[in-house]
Design a protein around this ligand. Structure first.
Ligand code: HEM
Ligand SMILES: *[C@@H]1O[C@H](CO)[C@@H](O)[C@H](O)[C@H]1NC(C)=O
Length: 493
């Protein structure tokens, strides 16, 4: 009886002991998780030599080349040490949602896109606080609404007709040069307004040319370096500001208005009722031209190169034009352009293979973690630059079948490869919070040009298929794209 009691007591005691030990362990575990800092799992780091500057050298030698080499080794999330900064790459839709959706206070554009300030001018976009910038992006959104786009399209069509009426009955042209010029003319009319298009076109395009040449790779790091290109840029921007100040005050004093982005910006008001200043209107127009001009002209050239290279896709877009001719006659407007699905997919596919903006950047102001596609959890410390790459991510083979092949049908109903893999699989226009506001405008412009060409000419690519010009700030087409044309109206049989 006694002995039994003893063992019970013993059991009780050892039970108490286990309880105490267990409590201590739990307390320790809790303290590890809550009190002391959790251990950080930093992403793998790109190997580069020599130390300190090796990473920068690899980046400058070609960011896409670096990604092609490192992605298979390191996976979807990794860091490159630059000597003054770390860049963490988030590659693919599985890991880039935070990049596209994060708030400006977590991932901001202002620091990384600061180099645009001397080009766009003071008081706009990356020179102002996010609250003001957001309102200015609202002005863009309003200027690019469908009701406005309808008016712009009519002007795009007129510009294309006028431009190509100057071609002969047959001949050879550099398609790249031709489309660049047509798009400058169209952008002038729709964005900058009639005054510039009709009276000041040569002056204004020369000034824009100086602005353009003032944005060099070195300008990204040292935007105010006192070099001749930067001095010409600054002079050109001042002259543009004067020209637009005159146009704006004339419009205001005569009560004349225009169906263009210029007028939208003049009429825009901040939440507190303040109207835009002349300097702000000028800056926003410059920003619009920089966002939309090279990007669209490069895309229209790639589209042409691929269609002329691949006869089966060329005849598909030609057939679509025939059907529309049959349905609507030779009229082209916003709604008819919207029916050109085959042409739309052909442009979209050219843009998948050749996004002109190859690298998108943000500056990180708070720690975040991301689960890689390979299933590992990584912590990205604040202070990193965070990057993703349309040029690389648009060709991931787990999203796109035969990713290096031009195949517009991958976007057709039934396949829709960009949708199957979820949001942020197709990022030529970025996406999420800062997705391109000019996407519909760009498609309308490129469709207006190509539907005109397809309906009025037979075309043949006579130079070798063009290569990519990786050295340009807006990555485009290298060299000439020579095309032989013969005037021939598309007939409905
Ligand atoms: C094929 C033509 C175009 C391409 C490939 C393109 C591409 C892009 C990309 C990738 C971004 C996102 C940048 C980032 O996330 O850091 C962007 C933003 C933007 N784009 Fe475009 N773009 C095109 C045409 C245009 C046009 C024609 C306009 C205006 C007329 C325009 C206006 C803008 C604006 C205002 C933003 C900033 C949006 C924001 O930050 O909230 N784009 N574009
Ligand atoms: C970059 O990351 C490395 C670890 O990969 C770290 O040692 C270094 O201090 C970081 N540099 C900066 C400037 O944050």
């Amino acid at each position: 009886m006694e002995a039994e009691k003893d063992t019970k007591l013993l059991n009780l005691n050892s039970g108490l002991l286990i309880y105490i030990v267990a409590t201590l362990i739990v307390a320790k575990v809790i303290s590890v998780f809550l009190i002391s800092k959790p251990r950080k799992h930093l992403p793998p780091v790109v190997k580069a030599w020599p130390p300190v500057v090796g990473g920068l050298i690899r980046f400058l030698k070609g960011p896409i080349l670096m990604l092609r080499e490192e992605y298979p080794k390191l996976g979807s999330v990794f860091t490159l040490n630059l000597f003054h900064k770390n860049i963490t790459f988030l590659i693919g839709p599985e890991v880039s949602a935070h990049f596209f959706k994060a708030s400006e206070s977590d991932l901001s554009q202002q620091e990384v896109y600061q180099f645009n300030v001397p080009t766009f001018g003071p008081g706009v976009v990356f020179d102002v606080d996010y609250s003001v910038r957001q309102e200015q992006f609202r002005f863009f959104t309003e200027a690019l609404r469908v009701t406005k786009l309808k008016g712009y399209v009519d002007q795009m069509v007129v510009e294309a007709e006028e431009y190509f009426s100057k071609w002969g009955d047959s001949g050879e042209v550099d398609l790249k040069y031709e489309l660049e010029h047509l798009i400058i003319l169209t952008a002038s009319r729709c964005l900058l307004g009639r005054e510039v298009r009709d009276q000041l076109f040569d002056d204004v395009s020369a000034l824009f040319h100086d602005l353009d040449n003032g944005m060099l790779p070195i300008s990204v790091l040292f935007p105010y370096l006192p070099i001749p290109a930067h001095r010409r840029r600054d002079k050109a921007r001042k002259k543009l500001a004067e020209i637009f100040a005159r146009i704006i005050s004339t419009r205001k004093s005569t009560g004349k208005s225009g169906n263009d982005m210029l007028q939208c910006f003049i009429d825009s008001k901040y939440k507190d009722g303040r109207p835009t200043t002349e300097a702000e209107v000028t800056g926003l127009l410059i920003a619009a031209l920089f966002a939309g001009q090279h990007t669209s002209s490069i895309t229209s050239t790639w589209t042409g190169a691929y269609l002329l290279r691949h006869k089966e896709y060329l005849s598909a877009v030609v057939d679509e034009q025939k059907q529309l001719l049959e349905k609507h006659g030779d009229k082209v407007d916003h709604d008819i352009l919207a029916e050109m699905d085959v042409l739309y997919r052909s442009i979209k596919e050219a843009l998948r293979l050749h996004p002109p903006l190859i690298m998108l950047l943000r500056s990180s102001h708070s720690d975040f973690s991301v689960k890689s596609r390979e299933g590992k959890e990584f912590d990205i410390p604040k202070g990193h630059i965070v990057a993703t790459s349309p040029a690389f991510a648009n060709r991931l083979s787990h999203i796109y079948k035969n990713p290096d092949i031009y195949d517009p049908n991958r976007f057709a109903v039934g396949r829709e490869e960009d949708k199957v893999a979820g949001a942020f699989s197709y990022i030529s226009f970025g996406g999420g919070r800062h997705g391109c506001l000019g996407e519909p405008f760009a498609y309308l412009q490129i469709k207006a040009i190509w539907s005109h060409l397809l309906r009025n000419f037979e075309l043949e690519l006579i130079s070798p298929f063009p290569e990519i010009d990786w050295n340009a700030m807006v990555v485009g087409v290298k060299g000439n794209v020579m095309v032989r044309y013969k005037r021939k109206k598309l007939s409905v049989n």
